[in-house]
Design a protein around this ligand. Structure first.
Ligand code: NAI
Length: 406
């Protein structure tokens, strides 16, 4: 009965996805391989008559919904039996573990969906499945999570604070037809919103990711010439940016747009979803921005960014110093900018501004992703912890565009 869906993960988003999919008629297998999460969720559900509560607020109305999942398990053989759709709803660093665990259950025609997929998602799938199987499955890569959400009680009660109006993504159809029509199927599991808007080549979601340039340009702008002295308070993240940082972000974005253009012009693929960062801001936040004169003023006067501060660590002296262990670096470098750099390298497009920020970032992280002595190529000793195409041995234009060619 119903579409057989594996929801991978045990966090905020995974609970919402599992609850809504079950409410919309799917056979939901929630799978978490992390620690004892699956057991803890099962126990919490059992104590609640097997029901997962989703408090869903939308357009000012709050509904209490009770969902019944088919199973919660750590065991990929149980979760993955005859699966139609695998939905990854975890931070990008956790994708590989799930793909490897479910590999024996991934068959021609399975749909694999990253929500969010995050940069490098298609490379990771191709690298783990290998070229033959990878060509036979269908991929969906979404730019974000559909909801702002948080767990109220682990395993038992999750709250949806807001649902996006629409969500941008891309589909790569397999050579073997999928058992479900991917986008309509996912839409029916999520409900009316967000409206799923899938278009263009799957690489568009990787290249179009904004966090990889926004977070890193702002970090670089704030700290690259820092004198090492602690600060009495953490600087404002977006409201604190100056024209120089805005200009750097502009240039990094322009490099990515040039890369997208080179790929579309030479390979005939559609990468129109890769927007310049200024246009992206106008699209997503237009009505929240009071001064649109430059990129920097737009970011400084974006109402939804108000009050957000830099990630810092507070020392014994009570002073703030930058926290380079925060996800703005740990995610947006290995699961972000390094990947884009890796693609640019394969298409032989110079990216001096991205290079500058990457060189600085990896130094702060104590990692080597790009090797200075090899002309800044993506062959550093730490590429194993990235999703750059080079990490999976994908080094030609054909391999990067993926199998099958779209
Ligand atoms: P979360 O922080 O609740 O996810 C944590 C889950 O990831 C854990 O429950 C576990 O299942 C898994 N995990 C954590 N560490 C792991 C490890 N070492 N090994 C294996 N699995 C591990 O994340 P959430 O809130 O569900 O978000 C999922 C993604 O969506 C993230 O990338 C997040 O940045 C993004 N997002 C979240 C939003 C929200 O409102 N929660 C809004 C927009 C985007």
């Amino acid at each position: 009965s119903g579409v057989k869906v594996v929801i991978c993960g045990g966090g905020n988003g995974a609970h919402v996805a599992a609850g809504l999919a079950a409410l919309n008629g799917a056979d939901v297998r929630m799978m978490s391989t992390f620690s004892d999460e699956a057991e803890r969720i099962s126990a919490a559900l059992a104590a609640n008559n097997g029901l997962l509560r989703v408090t869903y607020t939308d357009a000012g109305t709050t509904k209490e919904l009770d969902a019944k999942l088919s199973v919660v398990t750590k065991d990929p053989a149980v979760a993955g039996k005859d699966v139609d759709l695998i939905l990854l709803v975890v931070p990008a660093f956790a994708h590989a573990g799930y793909l490897r665990a479910l590999l024996p259950n991934i068959t021609p025609g399975t749909v694999i969906c990253g929500m969010p997929g995050s940069p490098g998602f298609p490379f990771e799938v191709d690298g783990i499945l290998g070229p033959e199987l990878s060509a036979q499955v269908t991929l969906m890569d979404w730019a974000t999570l559909p909801w702002a959400c948080r767990l109220l009680e682990f395993g038992r009660h999750v709250e949806v604070l807001g649902t996006k109006e629409s969500m941008r993504g891309s589909v790569r159809l397999g050579t073997v037809p999928s058992r479900v029509d991917p986008v309509p199927c996912l839409q029916s599991l999520l409900g009316q919103r967000p409206v799923l808007n899938a278009s263009g080549h799957i690489l568009g979601i990787t290249l179009g990711s904004v966090n990889q340039i926004v977070h890193l340009a702002v970090m670089y702008g704030q700290w690259y010439n820092w004198d090492g002295k602690g600060l009495p308070e953490s600087p404002l993240f977006y409201q604190g940016i100056n024209e120089e940082t805005g200009s750097l972000l502009n240039s990094m974005s322009a490099e990515i747009c040039a890369l997208a253009k080179k790929i579309s012009d030479t390979q005939g693929v559609d990468l129109k979803s890769v927007l310049h960062i200024y246009d992206w801001y106008m699209d997503c936040y237009g009505k929240d921005i009071s001064d649109k004169s430059t990129l920097a003023t737009s970011m400084r006067t974006n109402a939804s960014y108000r009050g957000l501060r830099h990630p810092t660590v507070v020392g014994e002296d009570g002073l703030h110093r930058p926290n380079y262990g925060y996800r703005y670096m740990t995610e947006d470098v290995p699961f972000g900018l390094v990947i884009t750099k890796g693609i640019a390298e394969i298409f032989q497009l110079p990216t001096p501004n991205i290079d500058r920020v990457l060189a600085w970032s990896q130094k702060q992280m104590g990692k080597e992703f790009v090797r200075e002595s090899a002309g800044g190529r993506v062959c550093g000793s730490d590429i194993g912890m990235t999703r750059a195409p080079q990490r999976y041995g994908l080094t030609t234009v054909e391999q990067v565009l993926g199998v099958p060619k779209q």
